[in-house]
Design a binder for this molecule. Structure first.
Ligand code: SF4
Length: 329
């Protein structure tokens, strides 16, 4: 078992490719990151930048013909690259779990939430009986702040509100107190009040169970409130990484700066937002040099010729920008 400050998840040189009309394209390229025990690491970026697919690769949920290659995907000291599918299946639920974006489509509409909760306990605890699973299920639902847990246990997903369904999803994910919880836009479909409750609940789970969270979002307000560290992704590459204070105070990549400028803040709510021009390019038609150069207001001639490396620009602060490396940006 790892203690706080130890590396829980270590990913090295992760590449994910998909077959398209243009041949295999890399949706994720040379991604390295680690997650510490008890840490909340946020992945941010626009849709299609590789955040969700990175987390699915960690969970071992990407199947052929997609290609997943990595030097290392190490969880709790075990490299999952060399594990069999069966070994990874046993880790899912027990050591790592995932909360998906939309709880209505993630829960099985044909089974009660109680069935879906009990299944988790019975799959991972060999001695667990049906009655035992029911008691454990109701207990974890109470822990997730679900009122009338015994009645809700027998309900079908469509009978519950969005916030309640998301709590059920978190309860299912937390059944075996996994060391790693991946939350993929867990509050996107919820109104702000319920969103605040769910985020508070996740923070409580971190302190109670020592769970580390890999949090995927495009909502920088949530990042500011929740994250310890932030990774910004663009077209399948990490373009900036820093602790959350540094990222907000001193972004060193024009894409991160663009994301921050397009987010509303209370102190300048009257100002106009500045959107990032253009759109994320198709992975089969990536521009030469720095991939952000067609959208970057700071681009120079060199930017379309030279692909920048991810370089440390401050303690624990990395940027993939030619100008940041030279201290100009
Ligand atoms: Fe912009 Fe050039 Fe930096 Fe890329 S390398 S982010 S185009 S300034």
């Amino acid at each position: 078992m790892t203690m706080k400050g130890e590396i829980l998840l270590d990913v090295k040189n992760l590449n994910i490719g998909f077959r398209t009309r243009q041949g295999y394209v890399n949706a994720v390229e040379k991604v390295d990151f680690s997650l510490m025990r008890g840490e909340l690491l946020a992945f941010v970026g626009e849709s299609g930048c590789g955040k969700s697919v990175t987390s699915l690769a960690v969970m071992g949920l990407i199947e052929r013909p997609a290609r997943v290659k990595a030097d290392r995907i190490e969880l709790l000291g075990v490299d999952m690259v060399s594990c069999t599918q069966e070994e990874i299946r046993k880790k899912r639920g027990a050591e790592m779990a995932m909360i998906f974006q939309d709880p209505l489509t993630s829960l099985n509409p044909l089974f009660t939430v109680g069935n879906q909760l009990s299944e988790q306990f019975m799959a991972h605890i060999p001695s667990c009986t049906k009655n035992d699973a029911r008691e454990r299920g109701i207990a974890i639902m109470r822990k997730m702040g679900i009122p009338r847990a015994e009645a809700v246990f027998g309900s079908f997903p469509h009978e519950l509100s969005g916030g309640m369904r998301q709590r059920i999803m978190i309860a299912i994910a937390m059944c075996c107190s996994p060391a790693l919880l991946i939350a993929d836009e867990p509050t996107t479909a919820l109104d702000v009040t319920i969103q605040a409750q769910i985020l508070r609940l996740m923070r409580e789970l971190m302190s109670e169970f020592g769970t580390s969270i890999l949090f995927i979002t495009h909502d920088l307000g949530v990042v500011a409130e929740m994250a310890d560290r932030v990774i910004v992704m663009y077209t399948g590459q990490i373009v900036e990484e820093a602790d959350v204070f540094t990222m907000f105070k001193d972004p060193r990549h024009p894409y991160t700066k663009g994301l921050l400028q397009s987010t509303i803040r209370v102190q300048d709510a009257e100002d106009r937002l500045t959107p990032i021009q253009g759109a994320v390019p198709s992975l089969g038609r990536l521009p030469g040099g720095c991939r952000f150069n067609p959208r970057c207001g700071y681009a120079t001639g060199r930017c379309s010729e030279t692909m920048p490396d991810l370089v440390e620009v401050g303690p624990g602060h990395y940027s993939r920008c030619l100008l940041a490396v030279e201290g100009v940006f």
